[in-house]
Design a protein around this ligand. Structure first.
Ligand SMILES: [Fe+2]
Ligand SMILES: [Fe+2]
Length: 339
């Protein structure tokens, strides 16, 4: 198989994988013409971004031999991609100039390393059976508007277990095994020990767990949602009215605490609450199958996945004595100048 893959071939491959959702090479990404080209805005001045499935930056004639795939573009990815000599980076979440590139112009970063950039976000959602396979759930209904209560991007799925008899414990186990939660927690523990931190937090520690209910509680019907899309207690009440046998709320890309108002609302309705994967694990849910599909269609491409691990450490624990002295000295100068 060939040989010389061009950036345009990669865009065409994305068009094949998400038919009708990716603008062609040379087309202006116009939200009026392309339903999957969308402005995303919370209404915060100057912070809107346009989601452009497909090519974001680069010459379509550019030969592509090595491709990096990641969840969210950062300066870290650009640096590593540049060092590795990659030709292009494809990310799932939408790219924003400067914000995705360490506060400097994205074009300058890309030119420095001769990198092309592509993205594929909402256009990739919902076109594969990922969640059914991953969590063992069968979708019965999908709602983007619940009883007139909605926000942009709102999405709720009513599901039942593919195999009867699934318990809350089974769902958590399935999530933990798929995302290798034990190893992820082990990595955090290793980091803590290696750097001598007294405390460390990481998303892996708060994912895959039951917030309300017992592991042996059976799941009959489940509401699955990523709560940042606008889930409110009212939605849970409407769902219970519509599906009286609804007994579980399954929240993914979410690290709600047991005291969160949504968990309280579910508890009041006697709905069990399970937290699934954290958002950074979406690399496995969406980027991994996308990377494999591209590899299958363009086998000559060498593909690298960029995964990230975030840890939270108390200020007093960060850095060695040199770094801490550096911080104290500058802070003291700043304080003196500020009067
Ligand atoms: Fe996504
Ligand atoms: Fe995401």
């Amino acid at each position: 198989m060939s040989e010389s893959v061009k950036l345009a071939d990669l865009v065409e491959t994305l068009q094949r994988l998400a038919p009708g959702r990716v603008p062609g090479v040379g087309e202006t990404p116009d939200p009026e013409k392309h339903p999957w080209v969308v402005w995303k805005s919370s209404g915060i001045p100057g912070k809107a971004v346009m989601e452009i499935p497909g090519l974001v930056y680069g010459d379509p004639k550019k030969p592509i031999r090595r491709l990096g795939i990641g969840l969210t573009l950062t300066e870290g990815i650009l640096e590593l991609a540049g060092h590795q000599g990659l030709d292009a980076v494809l990310v799932h979440h939408p790219v924003a100039d400067a914000a995705s590139s360490g506060g400097v112009l994205l074009k300058d970063y890309c030119e420095l390393y001769n990198l092309a950039i592509l993205e594929l976000h909402e256009a990739f959602h919902g076109i594969h059976a990922g969640r059914a396979i991953l969590y063992g759930l069968k979708m019965l209904a999908w709602k983007d508007n619940y009883g007139g209560l909605t926000t942009p991007g709102f999405s709720v799925r009513i599901c039942e277990p593919s195999e009867p008899g699934m318990t809350l414990g089974d769902l958590v186990r399935r999530t933990s095994e798929f995302f290798e939660q034990e190893h992820e927690i082990g990595m955090l523990e290793h980091e803590k020990e290696r750097f001598g931190y007294r405390k460390i937090d990481g998303a892996a520690m708060f994912s895959g767990r039951i917030l309300h209910g017992t592991p042996d509680r059976k799941i009959t019907k489940l509401l699955h949602c990523s709560p940042y899309s606008g889930l409110a207690p009212d939605h849970l009440e409407l769902a219970v009215k519509e599906y009286p046998d609804l007994d579980t709320v399954f929240l993914t890309f979410s690290l709600l605490s047991p005291e969160h108002y949504l968990v309280e609302a579910a508890r009041r309705l006697d709905l069990a609450v399970v937290i699934g994967s954290c958002h950074e694990w979406e690399i496995y849910e969406n980027c991994l199958p996308l990377a494999q599909a591209i590899k299958d269609l363009l086998p000559s491409l060498e593909i690298t996945l960029f995964r990230s691990r975030l840890s939270a450490i108390p200020l007093e624990e960060v850095g060695n004595s040199f770094a801490r002295e550096y911080a104290r000295r500058i802070a003291s100068d700043l304080k003196a100048k500020s009067g």
